[in-house]
Design a protein around this ligand. Structure first.
Ligand SMILES: Cc1cc2nc3c(=O)[nH]c(=O)nc-3n(C[C@H](O)[C@H](O)[C@H](O)COP(=O)(O)OP(=O)(O)OC[C@H]3O[C@@H](n4cnc5c(N)ncnc54)[C@H](O)[C@@H]3O)c2cc1C
Length: 372
Protein backbone atom coordinates (compact mmCIF):
# COMPACT_ATOMS: atom_id res chain seq x y z
CA UNK A 1 0.00 0.00 0.00
CA UNK A 2 1.44 3.41 -0.98
CA UNK A 3 1.03 6.42 1.21
CA UNK A 4 0.70 9.95 -0.18
CA UNK A 5 -0.58 13.27 1.15
CA UNK A 6 -3.23 13.92 -1.49
CA UNK A 7 -5.14 11.61 -3.82
CA UNK A 8 -7.07 13.20 -6.67
CA UNK A 9 -9.86 11.15 -8.23
CA UNK A 10 -10.24 12.05 -11.92
CA UNK A 11 -7.73 13.12 -14.54
CA UNK A 12 -9.82 15.58 -16.55
CA UNK A 13 -8.95 19.28 -16.56
CA UNK A 14 -10.09 19.69 -12.92
CA UNK A 15 -7.96 16.87 -11.52
CA UNK A 16 -4.98 17.70 -13.74
CA UNK A 17 -4.97 21.39 -12.78
CA UNK A 18 -5.31 20.54 -9.07
CA UNK A 19 -2.41 18.07 -9.36
CA UNK A 20 -0.30 20.78 -11.02
CA UNK A 21 -1.15 23.28 -8.31
CA UNK A 22 -0.58 20.98 -5.33
CA UNK A 23 2.35 18.81 -6.49
CA UNK A 24 4.68 21.75 -5.92
CA UNK A 25 4.61 21.18 -2.14
CA UNK A 26 2.65 17.94 -1.58
CA UNK A 27 3.05 14.29 -2.42
CA UNK A 28 0.19 13.92 -4.91
CA UNK A 29 -1.28 10.88 -6.65
CA UNK A 30 -3.90 11.26 -9.39
CA UNK A 31 -6.08 8.24 -10.20
CA UNK A 32 -7.93 8.16 -13.54
CA UNK A 33 -10.19 5.26 -14.48
CA UNK A 34 -9.74 5.60 -18.26
CA UNK A 35 -6.57 4.72 -20.16
CA UNK A 36 -6.62 8.08 -21.91
CA UNK A 37 -6.57 11.41 -20.05
CA UNK A 38 -9.36 13.75 -21.17
CA UNK A 39 -11.51 10.89 -22.50
CA UNK A 40 -14.69 12.37 -21.01
CA UNK A 41 -15.86 16.03 -20.83
CA UNK A 42 -12.41 17.60 -21.10
CA UNK A 43 -11.77 16.05 -24.49
CA UNK A 44 -15.21 16.93 -25.85
CA UNK A 45 -15.53 20.67 -25.29
CA UNK A 46 -16.01 23.53 -27.72
CA UNK A 47 -12.70 24.99 -26.50
CA UNK A 48 -13.94 28.54 -26.04
CA UNK A 49 -12.64 31.17 -23.64
CA UNK A 50 -15.07 33.99 -23.04
CA UNK A 51 -15.65 36.23 -20.06
CA UNK A 52 -19.23 36.80 -21.19
CA UNK A 53 -20.87 33.45 -20.55
CA UNK A 54 -22.06 31.89 -17.30
CA UNK A 55 -23.08 33.50 -14.02
CA UNK A 56 -21.11 36.33 -12.44
CA UNK A 57 -18.91 33.93 -10.42
CA UNK A 58 -18.01 32.02 -13.58
CA UNK A 59 -17.20 35.27 -15.38
CA UNK A 60 -14.88 36.30 -12.56
CA UNK A 61 -13.16 32.90 -12.51
CA UNK A 62 -12.64 33.20 -16.27
CA UNK A 63 -11.21 36.71 -15.87
CA UNK A 64 -8.79 35.46 -13.19
CA UNK A 65 -7.76 32.50 -15.37
CA UNK A 66 -7.00 34.67 -18.37
CA UNK A 67 -3.50 35.75 -17.33
CA UNK A 68 -2.39 32.13 -16.89
CA UNK A 69 -3.91 31.15 -20.24
CA UNK A 70 -2.33 34.15 -21.96
CA UNK A 71 1.12 33.63 -20.51
CA UNK A 72 1.61 30.24 -18.90
CA UNK A 73 4.94 29.56 -17.17
CA UNK A 74 7.95 28.85 -19.42
CA UNK A 75 7.93 25.33 -20.83
CA UNK A 76 4.28 24.71 -19.91
CA UNK A 77 3.15 24.31 -23.50
CA UNK A 78 4.79 24.30 -26.91
CA UNK A 79 2.16 26.59 -28.50
CA UNK A 80 0.07 29.53 -27.22
CA UNK A 81 -2.91 28.30 -25.22
CA UNK A 82 -5.21 31.03 -26.55
CA UNK A 83 -5.77 32.12 -30.13
CA UNK A 84 -7.91 34.77 -31.79
CA UNK A 85 -11.59 33.92 -32.26
CA UNK A 86 -14.14 36.55 -31.18
CA UNK A 87 -17.77 35.81 -30.30
CA UNK A 88 -20.92 37.13 -31.96
CA UNK A 89 -24.10 36.65 -29.94
CA UNK A 90 -26.86 36.86 -32.54
CA UNK A 91 -30.49 37.88 -32.11
CA UNK A 92 -33.70 37.59 -34.11
CA UNK A 93 -36.15 40.50 -33.90
CA UNK A 94 -38.07 38.72 -31.11
CA UNK A 95 -34.85 38.39 -29.06
CA UNK A 96 -33.95 42.09 -28.90
CA UNK A 97 -35.05 42.44 -25.28
CA UNK A 98 -32.75 39.57 -24.33
CA UNK A 99 -29.94 41.22 -26.29
CA UNK A 100 -30.37 44.55 -24.51
CA UNK A 101 -30.50 42.97 -21.09
CA UNK A 102 -27.36 40.86 -21.80
CA UNK A 103 -25.59 43.95 -23.13
CA UNK A 104 -26.34 45.72 -19.85
CA UNK A 105 -25.08 42.75 -17.82
CA UNK A 106 -21.83 42.59 -19.77
CA UNK A 107 -21.22 46.33 -19.60
CA UNK A 108 -22.01 46.45 -15.87
CA UNK A 109 -19.19 43.93 -15.37
CA UNK A 110 -16.77 46.04 -17.40
CA UNK A 111 -16.98 43.87 -20.53
CA UNK A 112 -15.79 45.54 -23.74
CA UNK A 113 -18.30 44.53 -26.40
CA UNK A 114 -20.02 46.22 -29.31
CA UNK A 115 -23.67 46.20 -30.32
CA UNK A 116 -23.96 45.21 -33.99
CA UNK A 117 -27.01 45.99 -36.11
CA UNK A 118 -28.38 45.04 -39.52
CA UNK A 119 -25.94 44.42 -42.36
CA UNK A 120 -22.98 45.12 -40.07
CA UNK A 121 -23.45 41.50 -38.93
CA UNK A 122 -22.22 40.35 -42.34
CA UNK A 123 -18.81 41.89 -41.73
CA UNK A 124 -18.32 39.17 -39.13
CA UNK A 125 -20.23 36.26 -40.70
CA UNK A 126 -20.84 37.00 -44.39
CA UNK A 127 -23.21 34.05 -44.86
CA UNK A 128 -25.52 34.85 -41.97
CA UNK A 129 -29.18 34.85 -43.00
CA UNK A 130 -30.25 38.49 -42.64
CA UNK A 131 -33.90 37.46 -42.64
CA UNK A 132 -33.07 35.58 -39.44
CA UNK A 133 -30.53 37.66 -37.53
CA UNK A 134 -31.16 41.37 -37.02
CA UNK A 135 -28.62 42.35 -34.36
CA UNK A 136 -25.83 41.04 -32.22
CA UNK A 137 -23.25 41.64 -29.53
CA UNK A 138 -19.67 41.28 -30.68
CA UNK A 139 -17.01 40.33 -28.15
CA UNK A 140 -13.55 40.70 -29.71
CA UNK A 141 -11.82 39.22 -26.64
CA UNK A 142 -13.21 35.68 -26.80
CA UNK A 143 -10.54 33.15 -27.76
CA UNK A 144 -10.06 29.56 -28.76
CA UNK A 145 -8.35 27.47 -26.08
CA UNK A 146 -5.83 24.77 -26.97
CA UNK A 147 -7.52 22.34 -24.56
CA UNK A 148 -5.11 19.50 -25.18
CA UNK A 149 -2.12 21.84 -24.70
CA UNK A 150 -3.57 23.09 -21.42
CA UNK A 151 -4.54 19.66 -20.10
CA UNK A 152 -1.28 17.97 -21.12
CA UNK A 153 0.65 20.95 -19.73
CA UNK A 154 -0.99 20.49 -16.32
CA UNK A 155 -0.30 16.73 -16.33
CA UNK A 156 3.30 17.04 -17.55
CA UNK A 157 4.18 19.79 -15.07
CA UNK A 158 2.46 17.93 -12.21
CA UNK A 159 4.76 14.97 -12.92
CA UNK A 160 7.83 17.23 -13.16
CA UNK A 161 6.87 18.59 -9.73
CA UNK A 162 6.96 15.04 -8.36
CA UNK A 163 3.30 14.07 -8.70
CA UNK A 164 2.26 10.57 -9.80
CA UNK A 165 -0.46 9.84 -12.32
CA UNK A 166 -2.03 6.41 -12.67
CA UNK A 167 -4.27 5.78 -15.66
CA UNK A 168 -6.66 2.82 -15.82
CA UNK A 169 -7.19 3.08 -12.04
CA UNK A 170 -10.84 3.28 -11.11
CA UNK A 171 -11.55 4.18 -7.51
CA UNK A 172 -13.99 1.55 -6.24
CA UNK A 173 -14.08 2.05 -2.47
CA UNK A 174 -13.15 4.71 0.08
CA UNK A 175 -12.63 3.93 3.75
CA UNK A 176 -12.14 6.67 6.34
CA UNK A 177 -8.97 6.36 8.43
CA UNK A 178 -8.24 8.20 11.69
CA UNK A 179 -6.54 10.95 9.71
CA UNK A 180 -7.32 10.45 6.04
CA UNK A 181 -8.52 7.84 3.57
CA UNK A 182 -7.88 4.34 2.35
CA UNK A 183 -8.54 4.36 -1.38
CA UNK A 184 -9.14 1.08 -3.20
CA UNK A 185 -8.90 0.46 -6.92
CA UNK A 186 -9.26 -2.96 -8.55
CA UNK A 187 -5.52 -3.54 -8.42
CA UNK A 188 -4.18 -1.56 -5.47
CA UNK A 189 -4.79 0.25 -2.21
CA UNK A 190 -3.47 3.68 -1.33
CA UNK A 191 -3.72 5.84 1.73
CA UNK A 192 -3.75 9.61 1.86
CA UNK A 193 -4.55 12.46 4.17
CA UNK A 194 -6.77 14.46 1.79
CA UNK A 195 -8.95 13.16 -1.01
CA UNK A 196 -9.88 15.53 -3.86
CA UNK A 197 -13.01 14.54 -5.72
CA UNK A 198 -12.50 15.73 -9.32
CA UNK A 199 -14.48 12.92 -10.93
CA UNK A 200 -16.57 15.13 -13.25
CA UNK A 201 -19.99 13.59 -13.92
CA UNK A 202 -19.13 10.84 -11.40
CA UNK A 203 -18.33 13.25 -8.54
CA UNK A 204 -21.65 12.55 -6.78
CA UNK A 205 -20.85 8.80 -6.85
CA UNK A 206 -17.43 9.42 -5.30
CA UNK A 207 -19.15 11.56 -2.64
CA UNK A 208 -21.48 8.63 -1.88
CA UNK A 209 -18.47 6.29 -1.55
CA UNK A 210 -17.08 8.71 1.05
CA UNK A 211 -20.39 8.88 2.93
CA UNK A 212 -20.89 12.58 2.09
CA UNK A 213 -24.30 14.15 1.55
CA UNK A 214 -25.20 14.74 -2.09
CA UNK A 215 -24.57 18.14 -3.68
CA UNK A 216 -27.39 17.62 -6.25
CA UNK A 217 -24.96 17.33 -9.16
CA UNK A 218 -26.73 16.85 -12.46
CA UNK A 219 -24.78 15.66 -15.52
CA UNK A 220 -26.34 17.19 -18.67
CA UNK A 221 -25.64 15.88 -22.14
CA UNK A 222 -24.55 18.31 -24.84
CA UNK A 223 -24.21 17.36 -28.50
CA UNK A 224 -21.76 18.66 -31.08
CA UNK A 225 -20.94 17.91 -34.70
CA UNK A 226 -18.56 19.03 -37.43
CA UNK A 227 -20.03 19.88 -40.81
CA UNK A 228 -18.59 20.71 -44.21
CA UNK A 229 -19.19 24.14 -45.72
CA UNK A 230 -19.17 25.11 -49.44
CA UNK A 231 -15.64 25.23 -50.85
CA UNK A 232 -15.80 28.96 -51.54
CA UNK A 233 -16.63 29.84 -47.90
CA UNK A 234 -13.56 31.00 -45.98
CA UNK A 235 -14.70 30.41 -42.43
CA UNK A 236 -11.51 30.22 -40.38
CA UNK A 237 -11.64 33.83 -39.22
CA UNK A 238 -15.33 33.85 -38.31
CA UNK A 239 -16.14 34.42 -34.67
CA UNK A 240 -18.17 31.79 -32.84
CA UNK A 241 -21.86 32.59 -33.42
CA UNK A 242 -24.03 32.00 -30.36
CA UNK A 243 -27.80 32.29 -30.31
CA UNK A 244 -28.84 35.01 -27.88
CA UNK A 245 -30.85 32.47 -25.84
CA UNK A 246 -28.22 29.75 -26.29
CA UNK A 247 -30.32 27.49 -28.48
CA UNK A 248 -27.40 26.77 -30.82
CA UNK A 249 -23.88 27.84 -31.68
CA UNK A 250 -21.40 27.30 -34.49
CA UNK A 251 -17.70 28.08 -34.78
CA UNK A 252 -14.84 27.42 -37.18
CA UNK A 253 -12.85 24.26 -36.62
CA UNK A 254 -10.19 22.96 -39.04
CA UNK A 255 -11.77 24.54 -42.14
CA UNK A 256 -15.23 23.25 -41.21
CA UNK A 257 -17.86 24.45 -38.74
CA UNK A 258 -18.49 22.90 -35.33
CA UNK A 259 -22.19 23.13 -34.50
CA UNK A 260 -24.27 22.37 -31.44
CA UNK A 261 -27.97 22.59 -30.54
CA UNK A 262 -26.73 23.67 -27.08
CA UNK A 263 -28.86 20.87 -25.61
CA UNK A 264 -28.94 20.11 -21.89
CA UNK A 265 -30.44 16.67 -21.29
CA UNK A 266 -30.11 15.35 -17.71
CA UNK A 267 -28.53 11.88 -17.82
CA UNK A 268 -26.71 9.47 -15.51
CA UNK A 269 -22.89 9.64 -15.55
CA UNK A 270 -21.84 7.77 -18.67
CA UNK A 271 -19.75 7.71 -21.83
CA UNK A 272 -22.15 10.07 -23.61
CA UNK A 273 -23.21 9.42 -27.21
CA UNK A 274 -24.96 11.82 -29.60
CA UNK A 275 -28.63 11.28 -30.27
CA UNK A 276 -30.05 11.64 -33.82
CA UNK A 277 -32.86 13.89 -32.61
CA UNK A 278 -30.43 16.36 -31.00
CA UNK A 279 -28.25 16.40 -34.11
CA UNK A 280 -31.32 17.09 -36.30
CA UNK A 281 -32.38 19.90 -33.96
CA UNK A 282 -28.91 21.47 -34.20
CA UNK A 283 -28.89 21.21 -37.99
CA UNK A 284 -32.34 22.80 -38.26
CA UNK A 285 -31.47 25.75 -36.01
CA UNK A 286 -28.09 26.43 -37.63
CA UNK A 287 -29.56 26.18 -41.14
CA UNK A 288 -32.14 28.81 -40.21
CA UNK A 289 -29.36 31.19 -39.17
CA UNK A 290 -27.07 30.52 -42.15
CA UNK A 291 -27.96 30.69 -45.83
CA UNK A 292 -26.94 27.09 -46.32
CA UNK A 293 -28.16 23.50 -46.25
CA UNK A 294 -26.01 21.21 -44.11
CA UNK A 295 -25.40 18.06 -46.16
CA UNK A 296 -22.44 16.28 -44.64
CA UNK A 297 -21.34 15.77 -41.04
CA UNK A 298 -17.75 14.63 -40.69
CA UNK A 299 -17.91 13.91 -36.96
CA UNK A 300 -20.48 13.93 -34.15
CA UNK A 301 -20.12 13.50 -30.43
CA UNK A 302 -21.65 14.31 -27.05
CA UNK A 303 -20.23 15.15 -23.67
CA UNK A 304 -21.45 15.84 -20.16
CA UNK A 305 -21.64 19.23 -18.50
CA UNK A 306 -22.32 18.68 -14.80
CA UNK A 307 -24.09 21.37 -12.80
CA UNK A 308 -25.23 21.89 -9.23
CA UNK A 309 -28.49 23.89 -8.89
CA UNK A 310 -26.87 27.36 -8.71
CA UNK A 311 -24.60 26.55 -11.68
CA UNK A 312 -21.52 27.61 -9.72
CA UNK A 313 -18.56 25.22 -9.45
CA UNK A 314 -18.02 23.53 -6.09
CA UNK A 315 -14.51 23.86 -4.65
CA UNK A 316 -14.24 23.23 -0.94
CA UNK A 317 -13.98 20.74 1.90
CA UNK A 318 -17.11 18.79 2.73
CA UNK A 319 -18.63 20.39 5.86
CA UNK A 320 -19.19 17.01 7.56
CA UNK A 321 -16.94 14.33 6.08
CA UNK A 322 -13.39 15.12 7.12
CA UNK A 323 -10.49 15.48 4.65
CA UNK A 324 -12.83 15.23 1.65
CA UNK A 325 -12.50 18.07 -0.89
CA UNK A 326 -15.03 18.65 -3.69
CA UNK A 327 -13.82 20.00 -7.04
CA UNK A 328 -16.90 19.48 -9.14
CA UNK A 329 -19.84 21.05 -10.97
CA UNK A 330 -17.79 23.02 -13.52
CA UNK A 331 -20.72 22.75 -15.96
CA UNK A 332 -19.96 24.25 -19.36
CA UNK A 333 -17.07 26.33 -18.06
CA UNK A 334 -14.50 23.90 -16.66
CA UNK A 335 -11.74 24.50 -19.20
CA UNK A 336 -11.70 28.29 -19.13
CA UNK A 337 -11.95 28.46 -15.32
CA UNK A 338 -9.47 25.66 -14.54
CA UNK A 339 -6.41 27.84 -13.71
CA UNK A 340 -8.37 29.95 -11.20
CA UNK A 341 -10.23 27.00 -9.67
CA UNK A 342 -6.94 25.14 -9.20
CA UNK A 343 -5.47 28.13 -7.34
CA UNK A 344 -8.62 28.30 -5.14
CA UNK A 345 -8.32 24.57 -4.43
CA UNK A 346 -4.62 24.87 -3.54
CA UNK A 347 -5.20 27.86 -1.24
CA UNK A 348 -8.14 26.24 0.58
CA UNK A 349 -6.10 23.08 1.19
CA UNK A 350 -2.99 24.97 2.32
CA UNK A 351 -4.41 27.93 4.18
CA UNK A 352 -8.15 27.39 4.47
CA UNK A 353 -8.92 30.66 2.66
CA UNK A 354 -8.63 32.34 -0.73
CA UNK A 355 -5.58 34.38 -1.71
CA UNK A 356 -6.13 38.13 -1.50
CA UNK A 357 -5.95 38.62 -5.27
CA UNK A 358 -8.91 36.24 -5.74
CA UNK A 359 -10.93 38.03 -3.05
CA UNK A 360 -10.22 41.33 -4.81
CA UNK A 361 -12.33 40.01 -7.70
CA UNK A 362 -15.24 39.75 -5.27
CA UNK A 363 -15.02 35.99 -4.77
CA UNK A 364 -15.20 34.25 -1.40
CA UNK A 365 -14.62 30.67 -0.29
CA UNK A 366 -18.27 30.55 0.79
CA UNK A 367 -19.42 31.13 -2.82
CA UNK A 368 -17.75 27.92 -3.99
CA UNK A 369 -18.35 25.81 -0.88
CA UNK A 370 -20.50 22.64 -1.16
CA UNK A 371 -24.16 23.48 -0.52
CA UNK A 372 -27.16 21.24 0.09
C1 LIG B 1 -19.97 19.84 -25.85
C2 LIG B 1 -19.28 20.56 -24.72
C3 LIG B 1 -18.77 21.83 -24.93
C4 LIG B 1 -18.06 22.48 -23.91
N1 LIG B 1 -17.47 23.69 -24.19
C5 LIG B 1 -16.73 24.31 -23.25
C6 LIG B 1 -16.05 25.51 -23.56
O1 LIG B 1 -16.11 26.00 -24.70
N2 LIG B 1 -15.29 26.11 -22.57
C7 LIG B 1 -15.21 25.57 -21.32
O2 LIG B 1 -14.53 26.16 -20.46
N3 LIG B 1 -15.84 24.42 -20.99
C8 LIG B 1 -16.60 23.77 -21.93
N4 LIG B 1 -17.24 22.59 -21.63
C9 LIG B 1 -17.21 22.12 -20.25
C10 LIG B 1 -15.92 21.40 -19.90
O3 LIG B 1 -15.60 20.45 -20.90
C11 LIG B 1 -16.09 20.72 -18.53
O4 LIG B 1 -16.53 21.66 -17.58
C12 LIG B 1 -14.76 20.14 -18.04
O5 LIG B 1 -14.18 19.33 -19.00
C13 LIG B 1 -15.00 19.33 -16.76
O6 LIG B 1 -13.75 18.78 -16.39
P1 LIG B 1 -13.66 17.66 -15.29
O7 LIG B 1 -12.23 17.35 -15.10
O8 LIG B 1 -14.47 18.06 -14.12
O9 LIG B 1 -14.44 16.41 -15.92
P2 LIG B 1 -13.91 15.24 -16.88
O10 LIG B 1 -13.11 15.75 -17.99
O11 LIG B 1 -15.12 14.42 -17.24
O12 LIG B 1 -12.95 14.44 -15.93
C14 LIG B 1 -13.42 13.64 -14.86
C15 LIG B 1 -12.60 12.37 -14.88
O13 LIG B 1 -12.89 11.59 -13.73
C16 LIG B 1 -12.71 10.23 -14.09
N5 LIG B 1 -13.37 9.39 -13.10
C17 LIG B 1 -14.70 9.32 -12.83
N6 LIG B 1 -14.92 8.40 -11.86
C18 LIG B 1 -13.72 7.88 -11.51
C19 LIG B 1 -13.32 6.90 -10.59
N7 LIG B 1 -14.20 6.22 -9.81
N8 LIG B 1 -12.00 6.59 -10.48
C20 LIG B 1 -11.08 7.25 -11.25
N9 LIG B 1 -11.42 8.18 -12.18
C21 LIG B 1 -12.72 8.50 -12.30
C22 LIG B 1 -13.33 10.17 -15.47
O14 LIG B 1 -12.87 9.05 -16.20
C23 LIG B 1 -12.91 11.49 -16.08
O15 LIG B 1 -11.76 11.38 -16.89
C24 LIG B 1 -17.93 21.88 -22.63
C25 LIG B 1 -18.46 20.62 -22.40
C26 LIG B 1 -19.10 19.95 -23.43
C27 LIG B 1 -19.62 18.56 -23.19
Amino acid sequence: MSDVEIIIVGGGIAGASAAYELAIDHKVLLLEMEDQAGYHSTGRSAALFTENYGNSIIRKLAKISKSFLESPPDGFSEYPLLSKRGALFIARSDQLDVLNSELQTIQSMGGEVQKIEGDELLQYIPHLNREYAVAGIYDPHSKDIDVSGLHQGFLKEAKLRGGSILMGSRVLRLRPLADGWLVETEEEEFSCKILINAAGAWAEEIGVLAGAKKIALSPMKRTAFLFDVPEDWVVQNWPIAIDMEEKFYFKPDSGKLLGSPADETPVLPQDARPDDFDIAMGIERIQAALNFEIRHLSHKWAGLRSFVPDRTPVAGFDPVVKNFFWLAGQGGYGIKTSPALAVCCGALIREGCFPKFIEEFGLSAEMLSPKR
